[in-house]
Design a protein around this ligand. Structure first.
Ligand code: ATP
Length: 238
């Protein structure tokens, strides 16, 4: 086990009588980029929410480095170095870009470290620095997605969970998201990327999990999966 490895073993999520996630297992190594692809309703979002402690779950193990996350309350998961970019961005349109970013620093006090992290986010996403006094609601969809990622980075996470960052974006903006993912990875963050967009995911990650009906249907390197005839037909439309 490496210092910041995420180990998920036998994870299940039930909503009342609905089993949305069934006995899912995977690992994300320190600094690695791992993808989870699957169709609408496959259980991807529920898996991420379960890792964040936002939905009731059972698991043999959810461990990040030396921390047993099954014992950590939802609001404390971020303190252990995991950032979360939820589906649909959820930026506060009536607040400035900078206020949105500072909300992501809620686990820290406004101090030198917060100022340094804010500078780093602006270096990573210069457009956010240029627009820091603008209302978030005035940003384009792609810029709002960058803001949502920047906000998650304000807690200095070592692992970032991203839920469908490409959702609702044009092909050109999806290219921007790919560049963002590469930048995050180069900056040393491990990524767990949940996507319906398999093409983007294969380009952004080294290994991938395919989820179908709440279960892991396949796991492999992104290169191998992108050559698999069934994956190509179902997820790449080829
Ligand atoms: P999408 O790509 O649409 O986000 P997904 O792969 O992320 O899909 P989930 O959102 O995790 O899938 O949903 C998995 C299953 O759980 C679906 O059948 C969904 O209807 C069900 N589900 C999700 N959230 C709830 C909830 N709060 N209550 C009941 N059922 C839910």
């Amino acid at each position: 086990m490496t210092a910041d490895e995420l180990v998920v073993s036998d994870l299940s999520v039930h909503y009342g009588g609905v089993r949305a996630v069934r006995s899912v297992s995977f690992t994300v190594g320190s600094g690695q980029c791992v993808g989870i692809i699957g169709a609408n309703g496959a259980g991807k979002t529920s898996t991420l929410k379960a890792l964040m402690g936002l939905v009731p779950r059972t698991a043999a193990e959810i461990r990040f480095g030396s921390h047993d996350l099954t014992k950590v309350r939802a609001r404390d998961v971020v303190r252990h170095g995991i950032g979360y970019v939820p589906e649909g961005r959820h930026v506060f349109g009536g607040l400035t870009v900078e206020k949105n970013l500072l909300l992501g620093a809620y686990v820290q006090k406004w101090n030198d470290r917060t100022r340094r992290t804010l500078r780093e986010v602006y270096e990573l996403f210069p457009v956010l620095g240029e627009m820091r006094h603008r209302l978030a609601g005035a940003l384009s969809g792609g810029q709002q997605q960058m803001l949502a990622v920047g906000r998650a980075l304000m807690s200095n996470p070592r692992l970032v969970l991203l839920d469908e960052p490409s959702m609702g974006l044009s092909p050109r903006l999806i290219e921007d998201i790919l560049a963002v993912l590469h930048r995050l990875s180069e900056a040393g963050h491990a990524l767990l990327l949940v996507e319906q967009n398999a093409k983007l995911t294969f380009e952004a990650t080294k290994t991938c999990v395919v989820m179908e009906n709440g279960e892991v249907a396949m796991t492999g390197t992104s290169a191998d999966l992108s050559r698999d005839p069934r994956v190509r037909q179902i997820y790449l439309g080829l």
